[in-house]
Design a protein around this ligand. Structure first.
Ligand SMILES: [Zn+2]
Length: 74
């Protein structure tokens, strides 16, 4: 009776190719995507809850775009 216990303990962190954790830049994992770990997911959630992430539109609309430091490749 070999239950192969390893298969259970092994499948834990599955790195996702091409996806990076927005918090720390490590490869994201399947379980926690788009983050690499629960820790980063919690960090991100905390930011959201604290309202740190994206400032609510307190300032004049249209002014926000000028300050964006976008990395978009068009
Ligand atoms: Zn991370």
């Amino acid at each position: 009776m070999n239950a192969d216990p390893e298969s259970k303990t092994k499948a834990k962190v599955v790195p996702l190719k091409g996806s990076k954790c927005p918090m720390c830049g490590k490869p994201a994992t399947l379980d926690m995507r788009p983050f690499c770990s629960k820790r980063c997911a919690d960090l991100d959630l905390g930011r959201w809850l604290n309202g740190e992430y994206r400032m609510p539109t307190n300032e004049a609309p249209g002014d926000a775009e000028a300050g964006l430091d976008g990395d978009e490749d068009v």
